[in-house]
Design a protein around this ligand. Sequence first.
Ligand code: PGA
Length: 256
Amino acid sequence: MRKQFVAGNWKMNLDQERSLALAAELRKQVGSVEDVTLAVCPPFVYLKGVAEALAGSSIVVGAQNMYGDPGGAFTGEVSGPMLLDVGCRYVILGHSERRHVLGEGDRLINTKVLAALEFGLKPIVCVGEKLEQRDAGRTEQVVCGQVESVLHGVGRRQMASVTLAYEPVWAIGTGRTATPEQAEEVHVLIRCLVADLFDADVAEDLIIQYGGSVKPENAGELLARENVDGALVGGASLAAQTFVPIVEAARSTGKD
Ligand code: PGA
């Protein structure tokens, strides 16, 4: 059985004081939850402080991006070993804002996925179609193409450390959520593709999160779908008041 995985993507929000206060509040409210995997992904500069504030709790810390090389002349970039050094366990890769605002493509994302795995970080790899691609009936082609590209060269055993996040671009930060049926449909497509690329066991064990305007009001019905194994939460992860109910919804789906 797959364990639900809820991760908070804080994006470029909060300041140091509010990051630490949120970490402390989450620790108090859900810091010993074991039936759901929990992670928060603060901006780089707050990673160490948040990791320290959560040390010894069941909430782990992830970064929002990394560069594939272990070190060297890459001004402005942060490497996997640096992330490990400050207590990170996960790293979000290929988020749609990196793809569409910063111009990252599948090839670059793939090198980062391979590097993260080599360094011992667990990548949360994002895929998702834009609205015009969905409207043109190209969702399957776009999403499956991205999955195939970003997983190129990943070994069967390494897949145990990979989480995929289906985040339709039109649902991110827009308040417009995919219906549970739309999410389930794409999650099934992804799982079938992973079965083809690897095998049925890898596909069965793979955690596929849904992301895009997940909030307390819709988390329950999304997470209840058979192939939705958790959520990558943006806006609603910025306050315990909205994040904790999503964690509780994941706990009560009974899909541990
Ligand atoms: P949102 O962001 O929940 O604010 O839509 C999700 C994400 O981008 O990961």
